[in-house]
Design a binder for this molecule. Sequence first.
Ligand SMILES: *[C@@H]1O[C@H](CO)[C@@H](O)[C@H](O)[C@H]1NC(C)=O
Ligand SMILES: *[C@@H]1O[C@H](CO)[C@@H](O)[C@H](O)[C@H]1NC(C)=O
Ligand SMILES: *[C@@H]1O[C@H](CO)[C@@H](O)[C@H](O)[C@H]1NC(C)=O
Ligand SMILES: *[C@@H]1O[C@H](CO)[C@@H](O)[C@H](O)[C@H]1NC(C)=O
Ligand SMILES: *[C@@H]1O[C@H](CO)[C@@H](O)[C@H](O)[C@H]1NC(C)=O
Ligand SMILES: *[C@@H]1O[C@H](CO)[C@@H](O)[C@H](O)[C@H]1NC(C)=O
Ligand SMILES: *[C@@H]1O[C@H](CO)[C@@H](O)[C@H](O)[C@H]1NC(C)=O
Ligand SMILES: *[C@@H]1O[C@H](CO)[C@@H](O)[C@H](O)[C@H]1NC(C)=O
Ligand SMILES: *[C@@H]1O[C@H](CO)[C@@H](O)[C@H](O)[C@H]1NC(C)=O
Ligand SMILES: *[C@@H]1O[C@H](CO)[C@@H](O)[C@H](O)[C@H]1NC(C)=O
Ligand SMILES: *[C@@H]1O[C@H](CO)[C@@H](O)[C@H](O)[C@H]1NC(C)=O
Length: 403
Amino acid sequence: MHWILFLHILMGKWIILPVLSSSSLLIECFLLTEHILCLSYFCISGQCCFFTCRLYEYHFIAENKSWYEAQRYCREKYTDLAKVFDMTDMSRLRNSTPNQGEAWIGLNNNTGGNRTWHWSLPGVKYIQNDSSWNLNGRTVNELPGNCGRKRDKLVDVSCDSTMWFICYSEMKKDKKTLHLIPKLMNWTEAQSYCRSNHTDLASGLNQVDGKEIEALMKSKNSSFRAWIGLFRDSWRWSDGSDFSFRYWDMQLFNDTQSNKKCAMTLLNRSGKWSSDECDKEKPFFCYDDNLILVGENKTWEEALYYCRENYNDLVSITNSDEQNWIQEKVKEANSTYVWLGLRYTCTLGFWFWVTDEVVKYKNWGSDVTTDGCDMSGAINAGSPHEWSKQADNKKFNFICSKK
Ligand SMILES: *[C@@H]1O[C@H](CO)[C@@H](O)[C@H](O)[C@H]1NC(C)=O
Ligand SMILES: *[C@@H]1O[C@H](CO)[C@@H](O)[C@H](O)[C@H]1NC(C)=O
Ligand SMILES: *[C@@H]1O[C@H](CO)[C@@H](O)[C@H](O)[C@H]1NC(C)=O
Ligand SMILES: *[C@@H]1O[C@H](CO)[C@@H](O)[C@H](O)[C@H]1NC(C)=O
Ligand SMILES: *[C@@H]1O[C@H](CO)[C@@H](O)[C@H](O)[C@H]1NC(C)=O
Ligand SMILES: *[C@@H]1O[C@H](CO)[C@@H](O)[C@H](O)[C@H]1NC(C)=O
Ligand SMILES: *[C@@H]1O[C@H](CO)[C@@H](O)[C@H](O)[C@H]1NC(C)=O
Ligand SMILES: *[C@@H]1O[C@H](CO)[C@@H](O)[C@H](O)[C@H]1NC(C)=O
Ligand SMILES: *[C@@H]1O[C@H](CO)[C@@H](O)[C@H](O)[C@H]1NC(C)=O
Ligand SMILES: *[C@@H]1O[C@H](CO)[C@@H](O)[C@H](O)[C@H]1NC(C)=O
Ligand SMILES: *[C@@H]1O[C@H](CO)[C@@H](O)[C@H](O)[C@H]1NC(C)=O
């Protein structure tokens, strides 16, 4: 972890001190017009996680309710029934209770069997592109199905078939991110292999249609085929998110049981998921949003103080997942722009987040030049939701973080 300490001393001169990366204490001071504001954060190791923890938290409710009653309860008291983005979320969910029984989560199959495609790697959004598919590409021995495999194009085949597969590694191994695994496995087995030994099955068109896979395919003959991380199901999250993460317990979960349309986590089986009839009564998990869109118009500085007094801070965006998340939120705003915790320092000539982060991830529109005195950063409430610099006395809606 790399903290940067901004220290504002008298007369508007900035000193930036990089604090040792092992340090877990962060002190932050700002001089804004007449106030000096100092904040300190303590980051207890293991409790800091940098994506979904900042966005929502879980609550276990130890009352027996049907899935729909549980949904109503969560929507009233929190945000909605729990959704799970990835394995880190799954551990957070399990650790939020010592309970070892079954509990509802916010996933259900009440979609009339309307299946949609997903990429296995969390956060990669499936976007249909017909030119990547060959709908007539199955060989005579292949049955149609709900998993995707690759030859020159993508083809949908039965998930029971066994073939070689391509794993994606976040950390490059031998200068490569894609690795062909020459073992015969069905799709589910291939997915767990990649998740435990690499990151996941190859996911997203950048990976499965990219240069690296092309090179990998070139060395193979024309009958070569391999699994990639594409699957199709009819399960949906209660709040409408299209999170693709699934954690089915393959020994208990039966994909074709159409009477069991609601998903539960089995806390005594590592939290793995199975399905049950929705009117059965069980305890459940809710989630609570950590980001609040405030529908009042304020100047940037008023917004900053409002957030710091009532919640935690003005929001920062440090990766594309957070950007995607906030894009969904700002669609509800009543002003054309929405303030972010993004500020320009005239003296040093760069942008920074008022929380501790440096601006590494960027999503600026085209209008940004380096000169931005008395400017703060806002996100466009309409598509394409780019950031722009705005005079800080303009009044917009804004987003606060609770944690
Ligand atoms: C929920 O139901 C289970 C099984 O029917 C029961 O053991 C448990 O005590 C109930 N919990 C509550 C809080 O009523
Ligand atoms: C887990 O809990 C379920 C009931 O919720 C029970 O049927 C099952 O036997 C338990 N399994 C283990 C391994 O304890
Ligand atoms: C979901 O429900 C549909 C229609 O009721 C059913 O055909 C399907 O097998 C169920 N399961 C999954 C995983 O889609
Ligand atoms: C199936 O779901 C997709 C995506 O959610 C939607 O665009 C489509 O209209 C749905 N089809 C039916 C028949 O409901
Ligand atoms: C679809 O894929 C083709 C070839 O891979 C690419 O040229 C095209 O830009 C893609 N279309 C969209 C809308 O992404
Ligand atoms: C994949 O293989 C495993 C182990 O043989 C089996 O338990 C599982 O049901 C298979 N999954 C599919 C989708 O065929
Ligand atoms: C990970 O790789 C090792 C060695 O290749 C293999 O034995 C193991 O089964 C793999 N893990 C999974 C979950 O398949
Ligand atoms: C293609 O390669 C596979 C192994 O990668 C081999 O089993 C198969 O016989 C080859 N087919 C042809 C037509 O050469
Ligand atoms: C799954 O459920 C269906 C319908 O209830 C049943 O026909 C099938 O045998 C079950 N499969 C397994 C592996 O239990
Ligand atoms: C935007 O205005 C509408 C209508 O006045 C209101 O219902 C809605 O809550 C406002 N949005 C926010 C974020 O306050
Ligand atoms: C905020 O400003 C917008 C115009 O930028 C206006 O449409 C909206 O009604 C204002 N909202 C409030 C709560 O004053």
